[in-house]
Design a protein around this ligand. Structure first.
Ligand SMILES: Cc1cc2nc3c(=O)[nH]c(=O)nc-3n(C[C@H](O)[C@H](O)[C@H](O)COP(=O)(O)OP(=O)(O)OC[C@H]3O[C@@H](n4cnc5c(N)ncnc54)[C@H](O)[C@@H]3O)c2cc1C
Length: 399
């Protein structure tokens, strides 16, 4: 996203992507209102809506027979897109890359894994990478941006430290992901219901022809789950999502599952001379609320707003990088604190392995969801974070 926004402004950009394509199993597939607004302002929304997608207008929490609307996006007033758009992440990234390729100053190298930073005179001057064919290459730049995700290599190469202690506390859960086919008869909106059981939570992400199922377990309990065996897992999934009972038999091998160790962290400093980290590389957030993609896109918008001018004029200074962190660090921290509250309030209780009581939604949560001012807090945080970014485009370049 940042590369597209900078190339539009006339900045020469090279994107190095380690993979040969954008296909990845078990990834987020949501785009939130702030991300949709940003995509609309670069003319990508129509193309996005032409792709097969689903729209989610509200998130619902369900415990037993009790259902409550947790976030009603149709209540949002400031956006033309009061919903969460769901589409496979690979299609979204292909669209962004195709748009960026229209700009002659944009270059995308697939299969290019960054291995080293080029440093000279106490600052980062570029990156060294290896191609899929094993060739060692180097690219030089006024600025290297690490947008390389939760296992960021650039974070390690630069030796940037995490902040001590996690805002909001350590996430109390891990997520087991697997896929099951989606049938036309599956209830409308099934993908927007967060189902609470005792000792597990279940979310269904709509991938149009299949469900990406997230089975949330207490942190570190995967070995215990495996010990109990696949039949127990299948029974639990069918109990939480009865519409999947006819297909849970397909879950016949643990290799169909992928374990996500849920983490939440943030770098103390997102930059070094000549280097900036954004997205998950700068701050990994928990999956609560599905906001990681939104935060990453908003980082890109803020970075483009702040850096395009100085890059074009060859006057980029560390203070510009600091300004990006100052703006976005606040939002990342606020989201992590809110996620921490949600984790304590509505996740940890449900996942408590010691309790054999059936889980009920906390009374305080039910009350909050009925209170006009409070009930809009989750909607706003999920949709925009605390500081929505608007793209500024003085004198944008032409393709
Ligand atoms: C299973 C799962 C489900 C999720 N569900 C949601 C959801 O529903 N909604 C949501 O908002 N968020 C979700 N997230 C989080 C979301 O995916 C991330 O917050 C978001 O993708 C972060 O974007 P990013 O660009 O910072 O990093 P990424 O999307 O991780 O992109 C990093 C890119 O860098 C490349 N790369 C890595 N190392 C190198 C290297 N050395 N050289 C070159 N390239 C490299 C990777 O191949 C990758 O393409 C989920 C995450 C996971 C793991």
């Amino acid at each position: 996203m940042l590369a597209l926004l900078l190339a539009r402004r006339g900045v020469r950009v090279t994107v190095l992507e380690a993979r040969n394509d954008f296909e990845r199993d078990f990834r987020g597939n949501t785009l939130n209102p702030a991300a949709l607004d940003a995509l609309e302002s670069v003319g990508l929304l129509e193309g996005l809506l032409d792709l097969p997608h689903a729209k989610v207008h509200r998130f619902v929490v369900q415990a037993g027979r009790e259902r409550r609307v947790f976030a009603d996006f149709s209540r949002l007033k400031r956006t033309r897109h009061p919903y969460i758009l769901m589409l496979p992440q690979a299609r979204f990234l292909e669209l962004v890359a195709a748009e960026a390729r229209r700009y002659p100053r944009f270059r995308l190298v697939m299969g290019a894994r960054v291995r080293e930073l080029v440093r000279e005179g106490g600052r980062v001057r570029g990156a060294r990478y290896r191609t899929a064919a094993g060739e060692a290459c180097e690219v030089r730049a006024d600025l290297v941006v690490g947008a390389d995700g939760r296992f960021s290599k650039l974070r390690r190469l630069a030796g940037l430290d995490r902040e001590g202690g996690v805002s909001g506390g350590e996430p109390p859960m891990d997520v087991l992901w697997f896929e099951l086919p989606r049938e036309a008869r599956d209830p409308e909106g099934a993908g927007a219901v967060f189902r609470y059981g005792r000792g597990a939570l279940l979310v269904l992400m709509d991938h149009l022809d299949r469900w990406q199922v997230g089975y949330v377990i207490p942190k570190g309990h995967y070995a215990h789950l495996k010990e109990r065996g696949l039949p127990a897992l299948r029974r639990s999934v069918a109990a939480l999502a009865p519409e999947l009972e006819d297909r849970v038999g397909l879950l016949d091998d643990w290799r169909r599952c992928s374990l996500l160790s849920v983490e939440s962290d943030r770098l103390r400093r997102w930059h070094a001379p000549g280097l900036l980290l954004i997205g998950d590389a700068a701050h990994v957030v928990s999956p609560v609320g599905g906001v990681g993609i939104n935060l990453a896109i908003q980082d890109a918008v803020a970075a483009a707003n702040t850096l395009a001018g100085p890059l074009l004029e060859g006057r980029l200074k560390t203070r510009h990088l600091r300004a990006v962190q100052r703006r976005r660090g606040f939002d990342a921290r606020a989201v992590q604190v809110a996620q921490g509250l949600a984790q304590r309030w509505v996740v940890a209780g449900a996942l408590d392995p010691e309790s054999d009581e059936p889980f009920e939604l906390p009374r305080s949560l039910k009350l909050a969801l009925k209170t006009p001012l409070l009930r809009d807090v989750p909607v706003r945080l999920i949709s925009y974070g605390l500081l929505p970014e608007r793209l500024r485009e003085p004198g944008k370049g032409r393709p």
